[in-house]
Structure formats: structure tokens, C-alpha cells
Design a protein around this ligand. Structure first.
Ligand SMILES: [Zn+2]
Ligand SMILES: [Zn+2]
Length: 432
């Protein structure tokens, strides 16, 4: 009995010691994040004003690397062309956790009137285009630079190793170039030291500033691009019975692709989107052309459904072609996988989000049919990707400019929530 009592006292003592230790870490993170906050905003605005397109982030790479070197981290540049990878070895034993920020901008002309507006132009596939951080990756860079600074200041307390991954070309590399997450993985970013878990976030122009949303399991869609070539038989527009009209065949394919979604997929399991975004054919009103080319995108939130939809698209397009005596070729290229949040990792780290943003600001989100190449990292280690709000308080969400548009705007007054979340997650993950 006495021994049991002693044991209970010992347990409650070590529990309260652990709690006190955790509270101390949380308040240290909070202090350090507040101390770095104004710099995070300054970095974000500098990067916003100096955006660079995917695989061309040369100055961005140098800017990030200089900061990380000043913090005394082991820094590697030129990873996957213009990426930066840095290691922070903590003072305590523990796992290897990777934090990822994407760093590329887009060919969009900024229309928002802010002092740090971008007026940059650059070459994109032989064309001079305006460049803008129209997806908010500038905030991701600044948050991760801030996280690196806070964790470096707390280095002796940090359990294990933190790998900071600044990834180029998330939006997809130009032309036939390799790039983005797949190239980083190919160059070994998830090895040496082997990453045990990887975390990332995306700012959102449609979520109020300071709020955080997450979803366990499938979160963002896979994205495939497809091309369907229909080859008929060219003839005079006045006598269609002497040819095979690829426009008629093509339109039947377009209509039937939508019935894959509405009649063949179990939509109670997960949503599917098939969009035909291009349909090119013909040159003149009185010529039935030889060929029609259709291009579009497929979005799924389940990798089995993704494969199934591919097969059905091939089948439908080929069979419609056959019934007309036309030749049909289908090409499908996978751009990203389903972004899958490891459920155990998510439940372990929800308290970190709550500690960073406050309970009332953390909620579960719905699926999104947008896609992320972060999904490729999730194939190599348990992953967690969440959303951070950047919409000014009180703004009507229905009037917000979407990502990738000229009026896209991010309120950067609460980027410290992202810094706190990443830092807290590094500590909470080690309790696994
Ligand atoms: Zn984007
Ligand atoms: Zn993005």
C-alpha cells in the first residue's frame, strides 16, 4: 500500500514536472516568435517585391541561404536547381523532422496597390511576363526563415534534428524541365539524415487571418493532365458522309467524360472532377478537319479512384472513337498525388496548432480539389499539411480574390501563428 502511494506521488510529481517543462517551452517559443515577428514581415515584403518564377529562384535562394548561414546552420544550396536545405542539430536526442516551404512565384501581373507591390517581369518560355507571388509562397518562405531563427535560439532545447526544406517550382517547372518536390526527392532530400516526418503549410486568401484549418487523411486532390487526340478523316464541309468528323467524336468524348463522374464513380466516398479545358480543331468553315485535340485535368481524393478514373477515361475515349472509325490516343500525366495527412501524426499535432493559434481559431476543413506537390513527400514519410489564414478580418469571403489572380492579397499581420505552429510541432512530435 505504502509502495503504491509512493509510486502515485512519484508519478504525479513527474507528470507535473513534464507539464511545467512543456509550458516553459511553449512560452519560450511564444517569446521568441514575438521577437522575430517584425523581421518575418520585413522578409515577406522583400520577397514579395522581388518574386522569381519556378526553377529561376536564384536571388531568393541566396537570400534564404544567407539568413540560414548567419544562424549557424549547415546549409546546402542548388538542391533541385534553386532549392535550399538546412540542418539544425538540436541539443537533445530525438527524431528528424522536416519543415517545407515552397518558394516560387507565378506569371501574374499584380494589381493590388501596396507599397511592396511587384513590378518584376521575367522570361517564361520565350515570353516576357509579369511576375507575382500570387499564391503566397512569399509568406511560406518568411515563416520558415522565422522558424529557423526561433529554433536556433532554442537550439539546446531542441529534440533531434530539424531539416528546413525550401523547395523551388511547386507550381510546376517550365516546359520540359524537371523540378519541384519530385526532383528534391530524387536528389535525396528525404535521406541523410532520413526524415521521420514532414510538415508544411499553405497560406489562404479565403481563410481569416490567425485561423488554422486541417484535415486528417486525404486533404488535397491529386492532379493529372490529360491529352486526347482524335484522328478522323478530312473532307469537304458540304459532304460529311465522305469523311470521319473528329469534332463530333470529340464532343461525344467531352460529354461522356462527365458521365464518368456522375454515373460511374462512388461520390459518397470522395469527389472527382474531370475538366476539359482546351478543344482545338479545324481551320475553315467549309473543311471538316482531320484532327481534334482535347486537353484537361482530373482531380481525385483517393488514389484508387485516381487509377480507376484513368482507366475509364481511356476506355470511354477509345470506344467512342472505335464506334466512329476514328483513331483515339489518350495521354495522362500525373502532376501531383493526393496530399494525404497521416491521421496519427495529425492527432499528435492538433495540440500544437491549438497552442499556436488558440482553440477557437483551429478547425477541421473540408476536402479541397486544389493540388500540392507536397504530396510527393508524403510518399516517403508521414506528412501533415495544413492551412493558415491570410484574409483580412471582417472581409466577405465571397469577395476575396482567389490564389493565382492579379488581386490576390494576404494580410501578413499574423504570420507568427505559422512560426509558433512549426516550432511547437517540432517539440510535440518528439513526444511520440
Ligand atoms: Zn498556387
Ligand atoms: Zn501554392
Amino acid at each position: 500500500m505504502q509502495r503504491l502511494l509512493m509510486l502515485m506521488i512519484a508519478c504525479s510529481f513527474s507528470f507535473s514536472f513534464l507539464m511545467a517543462q512543456q509550458n516553459r517551452i511553449t512560452s519560450l517559443i511564444s517569446q521568441q516568435a514575438t521577437a522575430v515577428e517584425s523581421k518575418v514581415i520585413e522578409w515577406r515584403r522583400y520577397i514579395h517585391q522581388n518574386p522569381e518564377l519556378g526553377n529561376r529562384e536564384v536571388n531568393t535562394m541566396a537570400y534564404i541561404a544567407k539568413h540560414l548561414q548567419n544562424l549557424g546552420l549547415e546549409v546546402k544550396t542548388g538542391v533541385a536547381k534553386t532549392g535550399v536545405v538546412a540542418l539544425l542539430k538540436g541539443g537533445k536526442p530525438g527524431p528528424v523532422i522536416a519543415l517545407r516551404a515552397d518558394i516560387d512565384a507565378l506569371p501574374v501581373k499584380e494589381r493590388v496597390d501596396i507599397p511592396f507591390k511587384s513590378v518584376v517581369t521575367a522570361d517564361y518560355l520565350g515570353q516576357n511576363v509579369p511576375v507575382m507571388h500570387a499564391c503566397g509562397h512569399d509568406t511560406h518562405i518568411a515563416i520558415l526563415m522565422g522558424t529557423a531563427e526561433v529554433l536556433s535560439k532554442m537550439k539546446n532545447e531542441v529534440p533531434g534534428t530539424v531539416k528546413f526544406i525550401f523547395q523551388p517550382s511547386e507550381e510546376g517547372p517550365p516546359g520540359d524541365e524537371e523540378g519541384g518536390a519530385p526532383l528534391m526527392i530524387k536528389e535525396g532530400v528525404m535521406e541523410n539524415p532520413k526524415v521521420d516526418a514532414i510538415l508544411g503549410l499553405h497560406i489562404s486568401s479565403g481563410l481569416e487571418v490567425g485561423k488554422v484549418t486541417y484535415k486528417p487523411g486525404a486533404f488535397m486532390a491529386s492532379s493529372d493532365w490529360f491529352t486526347i487526340k482524335v484522328r478522323g478523316k478530312q473532307t469537304h464541309g458540304s459532304s460529311p458522309w465522305t469523311g470521319i468528323d473528329p469534332i463530333i467524336v470529340g464532343t461525344q468524348i467531352v460529354n461522356n467524360l462527365q458521365t464518368i463522374v456522375s454515373r460511374q464513380e462512388d461520390l459518397t466516398k470522395a469527389p472527382v472532377v474531370i475538366t476539359v479545358a482546351k478543344f482545338h480543331s479545324g481551320v475553315r468553315s467549309n473543311i471538316i478537319p482531320e484532327e481534334a485535340v482535347l486537353e484537361g485535368t482530373i482531380r481525385t481524393l483517393d488514389s484508387k479512384m485516381q487509377k480507376g478514373v484513368h482507366e475509364k477515361i481511356r476506355h470511354v475515349a477509345k470506344k467512342i472513337g472505335e464506334s466512329w472509325g476514328a483513331q483515339v490516343e489518350v495521354e495522362i500525366e500525373t502532376k501531383t498525388l493526393v496530399t494525404y495527412n497521416d491521421p496519427a501524426l495529425v492527432s499528435l499535432l492538433i495540440p500544437s496548432l491549438v497552442s499556436a493559434a488558440g482553440k477557437e481559431n483551429v478547425s477541421e476543413s473540408r476536402w479541397t480539389t486544389g493540388a500540392e506537390d507536397f504530396s510527393f513527400f508524403g510518399e516517403k514519410a508521414p506528412a501533415f499539411f495544413f492551412n493558415l489564414g491570410g484574409m483580412p478580418k471582417g472581409q466577405d469571403v465571397s469577395k476575396v480574390a482567389p490564389h493565382h489572380t492579379p488581386d490576390f492579397y494576404i494580410d501578413d499581420s499574423m504570420l507568427d501563428v505559422g512560426v509558433k505552429a512549426f516550432c511547437q510541432m517540432v517539440f510535440d512530435y518528439s513526444k511520440k
